[in-house]
Design a protein around this ligand. Structure first.
Ligand SMILES: *[C@@H]1O[C@H](CO)[C@@H](O)[C@H](O)[C@H]1NC(C)=O
Length: 217
């Protein structure tokens, strides 16, 4: 089999193990990837971030931090920062996490405050296992997760009048599980189609609250 294909399958397996928070399996897959593909530095770095996510989802923040530090140093490549783009009524906007640079940022954050309280009433729970670092004292689970770039890009669509029928987002990294769950609810709540192209695939969120990936991502 083609080596690149095997590498991509390994990343998919690792991502599945991550979603199940299976530490032993994730370590095994990551170590196998390192042995088989020592030259795929950027891909290995993404793998090490998935593995460090497993550690932090189990509360092992020190181990997560050490792994990221060592792998970054050993592989000699930089972690890409997460960016999301969206185009709304002819305006192309880019967001990074916790971005406040857009002139309408305060409206976006206000919209999230409003939405969060509505969605929580519909049984939505912010999933803290997707927080990959220790939080500062002034942060809450909600404030960290609401700052993800894809949520901000979606929020930018939601403050438009009228809200676009098709919301389109592009993200340079993989979408996180919490954003995925959140987007499903937004699609249902607003009866919109939301397309998110991430580093891995295209997610089509339908007005019925389902995603085309059927939650395998
Ligand atoms: C992790 O995955 C392995 C292999 O599929 C399985 O045998 C094991 O029970 C899993 N562990 C946990 C904690 O889910």
């Amino acid at each position: 089999m083609n080596a690149l294909l095997i590498f991509l399958i390994s990343v998919a397996l690792l991502s599945g193990a991550r979603n199940n928070r299976n530490m032993t399996l994730s370590e095994k897959i990551y170590n196998r990837m390192k042995t088989l593909f020592p030259d795929q530095k950027q891909g290995l770095l993404s793998g090490s971030i998935l593995l460090s996510n497993v550690y932090s989802s189990l509360g092992k923040y020190e181990q997560a931090k050490n792994l990221r530090y060592h792998e970054k140093k050993e592989l000699g490549v930089k972690v890409k920062i997460g960016l999301s783009w969206t185009e709304v009524y002819g305006e192309l906007v880019r967001f990074k996490a916790h971005d406040h640079s857009h002139p309408r940022s305060s409206e976006i954050y206000a919209e999230f405050d409003r939405l969060s309280s509505i969605l929580i009433k519909y049984n939505y729970k912010f999933d803290s296992t997707w927080i990959t670092r220790q939080m500062n004292e002034e942060e809450t689970i909600e404030s960290v997760l609401c700052g993800h770039s894809e949520k901000l890009a979606i929020g930018f669509n939601l403050i438009q009048k009228p809200i676009p029928e098709f919301i389109q987002i592009t993200k340079n990294l993989r979408v996180c599980g919490d954003c995925h769950e959140f987007t499903k609810l937004i699609a249902k709540f607003y009866q919109r189609n939301i397309i998110v192209r991430d580093a891995n695939r295209i997610h089509h969120f339908y007005p019925n609250g389902q995603c085309s990936c059927q939650d395998h991502f």
